[in-house]
Design a protein around this ligand. Sequence first.
Ligand code: FO1
Length: 319
Amino acid sequence: MTRCIALSGGVGGAKLALGLSKFLSPDELLIVANTGDDFEHLGLTICPDIDTLLYTLAAIANPETGWGRADESWKTMKALETIGGETWFRLGDRDLALHLTRKQQLSSGKTLSDTIANIAESIGLKHPVVPMSDQPVRTMVRTDIGELPFQEYFVKNQCVPKVTGFQFAGVNDAKPNPLLMDALRDPRLEAVIICPSNPFISIDPILAIPGLREDLRARSAPIIAVSPIIGNRALKGPAAKMLRELGFDTSAAAIADHYGDLLQGFVIDSQDKDLANKLETKSRRVHATNTVMKSLEDRVTLARETFAFASQIQTPQTV
Ligand code: FO1
């Protein structure tokens, strides 16, 4: 019985997903990962957001970067450099073991979901982390220097080019993950939580899967987003820069506007509590609390509050 679906990107989303996993059982929580960041590199299929979720939930994530593995070494990257290989995207030795295993399983005909489930089991993970779709979707970033595949924009160009828009290549042929569809049909579903991830590059690729927005709206469980913007900045990543370049305010209000009437609940940081009245509408409740997740306790507290907030919200289907 799925009580909660979490839609997540990488680092920020994984922190909240970890918090949810501390009080919801593996049967009660489904974590759905963005795969728009995925790409083919050095002959491997790299899935950054899925891997960040797996490593974070298994408590083996690199604490400095938030992505990649803890206790990492870089011998392969060094060796690659000496033979003139591509090293702009850093794959640690231990992390490579995961990429090799995934590639092998994908090459033998397994779906991305199957490979992730196998890897999750091998690292002792109990909570299900599923890709948004088994069909490849690749985020393309439109910029002032042309259209760039996501990781070329993000890592190779360090998010410097000015963003003018996004395209999710392949999304029209993508089907939502079957476990997500099952969870959406579960009458015991209490909340869909949009984690504090970048709306443009982490959540929009999920919401762009044909039919999914409508399926989300059709549920009686409220959809609640946690703002990734506090004050006028993002704690991590280029969300504030993207908002600015696309001509929006850099505030939690712009995030609420972005999701629009998809949301019945919006969680903002206490620093932004003065925005609460302005953002609250007939169909959208607002809750202000500490959303900065430094410690595990912060993650669990925010996750608990967000999940509890859902029970106070009536959706159009329940009134
Ligand atoms: N981010 C970087 O800024 N530089 C890297 O070299 C890099 C390598 C990398 C390897 C595996 C992985 O799973 C993630 C990695 N990331 C790296 C993070 C990742 O590209 C982005 O944080 C996400 O795609 C944005 O959510």
